[in-house]
Write a new protein. Structure first.
Lengths: 87, 566
């Protein structure tokens, strides 16, 4: 399992499009991926309900974990989504 | 049978047609969902399959909506459908649904409870979290609708003697009804000029609309009577009521043309939407067709009707009235009617948007040209006289462009050596602008036709479908009456004939006033033709003109209405 902490850049935080992108990405890897506020409880990143219920806003720090064969790639993609401003 | 099956219950509504009927209740569950808690579950395997099917169908709908939103609005807005798709398959929702189903719950209840729990998590939170609750409600309702959809009544094949009860019926619902087998329908919503009422009149189906919430108390399979005279629906009617609604109120059909007692001939024609309604129009003694709403040729299909297909329909109508006239309205379509092959924009207010002639001269100019080709060919091939009119004209430029389009099509057909004839051409008077420009229009065309439903709607700024403003939406409002009078005078000043094809034309109580106003033709739902023809033969034109003069001096609707009692 690998772990990483990133600061959420998109204006909407973990809602709307960024949330959709996180869920879509998490579902596309074999590894199990979690997301949660830094130091807090994490949820399954492949659940839209879980991700949006976190109430994470722009500028908040989140902990990401991934565990599985493609954990490195999974975390890289999630980090990209969470640190790229919305166009 | 549930509840108290023998209790007689009388519910007031609005008679959409002058027809009464008696039959057996069949509820149409389209817009409303049954209470999920009251649905009995089949075995878990079946319920799971039902949920899987509903989920798959929801996915398909959402993907379609996402694509059309992406094309028309933008990819950012379309992203909400991505979120919905993810909620739809979210294990945090589907796991409890599947667990509940395995425990013996019906799919509806499982969906309702799982979403209910999730919604309550988000409810009461602010901003973006509250929006998630709305998203979840949307998805839940979609699934519940699809779950009940499998049991939706097929309206094309109802048993003989069915009285269909519904919260609301859309025009395409109503169009499916077979007047030969259905005994009638009753809706909770709607008014006399709603599309559903117009369809009922066109099809000759007994119908009560606007019956309200109380209608829900009437159970499936109850015997009900529709009493058009009392404007009520009666559940479990007694013998007296049964007899009243089943004894035919004979109105003699007059096939010949009629005139007033002092010899003014008034043409009485039928409004139709499809060629299927031609027989009914002939049976009721129509002199011709005063409004052929061609948009129904274009609805409920994947591609537009071809020139030849349209040609056939128009010729059929002309052949049905070899001695008469058939007035065809060119395509009148806007954002309120979904047509898959047209790129109809979503508009804030489709009734004030791009519709009627505006689209025909713009986005739909090719369709318009095809329709004109079919019409000009039909004018030469059919037996009766063809007249063509343009809807929602509000400027002279629009009329000029439409007339030029006809000339262009005529010269094309000429060059191609195809047989054609120029029909009579006319303009619909539906907007205040058209009333103000009626003189200029009448100079350039053969006839005008007043669409009173739209004219009242636009003059009074009162939505014809909105019961709350039904008082305003009334052709007896002095403002509407004066607009009609102005249009008639403009037409006659320029030797154009003028007809009326709104619901007002078919109201037997107003026939005298309309004759007094000087209308040359009245076009209405076929079922009201015998009553109106009978009235005309009893009217003295001079008396009618007096009534018009009195009505035009009145300042309020009620005073106008009273002129009918003097």
């Amino acid at each position: 399992m690998i772990e990483r902490t990133v600061t959420v850049v998109p204006e909407d935080g973990l809602h709307a499009r960024p949330a959709s992108q996180v869920v879509e990405a998490a579902n596309s890897y074999d590894s199990s991926v979690t997301v949660g506020p830094a130091g807090g409880d994490s949820v399954d990143a492949s659940s839209m309900l879980g991700v949006t219920s976190l109430g994470v806003g722009s500028g908040d720090a989140v902990d990401l974990t991934a565990d599985g064969p493609d954990e490195q790639a999974a975390l890289d993609e999630l980090e990209t989504i969470l640190t790229t401003p919305e166009s | 049978m549930l509840g108290n099956p023998h209790k007689t219950r009388t519910i007031a509504g609005i008679s959409a047609t002058p027809l009464s009927g008696l039959g057996t209740v069949r509820w149409y569950r389209s817009g409303e969902q049954p209470d999920p808690a009251e649905i009995s579950a089949a075995d878990p395997e079946t319920e799971q399959q039902r949920f899987d099917d509903a989920q798959a169908a929801a996915r398909e709908e959402l993907e379609t909506e996402r694509e059309s939103t992406r094309e028309r609005v933008g990819s950012e807005e379309a992203a909400v459908f991505d979120a919905h798709l993810q909620f739809l398959t979210d294990p945090q929702l589907t796991d409890p649904i599947e667990a509940a189903i395995a425990d013996g719950a019906a799919a509806e209840l499982a969906v309702d409870e799982a979403f209910g729990d999730a919604i309550s998590q988000f409810e009461g939170m602010d901003g973006m979290m509250a929006e998630r609750a709305d998203d979840l409600r949307d998805i839940r309702d979609r699934l519940l609708r699809l779950l009940s959809g499998g049991e939706r009544t097929d309206l094309t094949d109802l048993p003989e003697g069915t009285v269909l009860l519904a919260e609301r019926l859309t025009p395409s619902d109503t169009a499916q009804l077979d007047p030969d087998t259905i005994a009638g329908f009753v809706t909770m919503t709607g008014g006399r000029t709603s599309h559903v009422s117009i369809f009922a009149r066109s099809l000759g189906i007994p119908a009560i609309v606007g019956a309200g919430e109380e209608l829900r108390e009437v159970r499936e399979a109850t015997t009900v009577a529709i009493d058009a005279d009392r404007e009520v629906v009666v559940a479990n009617p007694d013998a007296a009521v049964r007899e009243q609604v089943t004894v035919g109120r004979d109105v003699t059909v007059q096939e010949e043309r009629v005139e007033t007692r002092d010899g003014t001939e008034i043409e009485v024609a039928a409004n139709i939407g499809t060629a299927a309604e031609l027989d009914g129009a002939v049976d009721q003694g129509a002199d011709g067709v005063g409004l052929f709403r061609t948009e129904f040729l274009f609805l409920d299909r994947e591609t537009p009707p071809s020139e030849d297909e349209q040609f056939e329909s128009y010729v059929d109508a002309l052949d049905a009235f070899p001695e008469g006239r058939v007035v065809v309205r060119t395509l009148d379509i806007g954002g309120d009617k979904p047509i898959p092959y047209l790129d109809l924009p979503e508009e804030e207010n489709p009734f004030l948007g791009s519709r009627g002639i505006r689209r025909s001269l713009g986005a739909d100019s090719e369709l318009f040209e095809t329709q004109l080709r079919a019409l000009l060919r039909a004018a030469a091939a059919g037996e009766g006289t063809l007249s063509v009119m343009f809807p929602l004209v509000s400027t002279l430029d629009e009329l000029t462009a439409a007339l030029e389009a006809v000339d262009r099509v005529a010269s094309d057909l000429d060059n191609e050596g195809i047989d054609y004839a120029k029909p009579e051409l006319g303009v619909m008077i539906e907007t205040p602008a058209a009333v103000m420009m009626a003189e200029e229009f009448a100079e350039r065309v053969d006839f005008l036709s007043i669409g009173t439903n739209d004219l009242a709607q636009y003059v009074m700024a009162a939505d014809r479908e909105n019961e709350a403003v039904a008082e305003l939406h009334d052709p007896q409002q002095p403002a509407v009456l004066r607009a009609i009078n102005r249009a008639v005078e403009a037409a006659h000043a320029h030797d154009a004939w003028i007809g009326m094809c709104g619901e007002m034309a078919g109201d037997p109580e107003l026939t005298e006033l309309l004759v007094g106003l000087g209308l040359d033709e009245l076009s209405m739902s076929a079922v009201t033709i015998p009553a109106v023809k009978a009235n005309i033969t009893e009217i003295e034109r001079s008396t009618a003109v007096d009534r018009r003069d009195r009505a035009l001096t009145k300042n309020t609707k009620s005073m106008v209405n009273e002129t009918g009692n003097q």
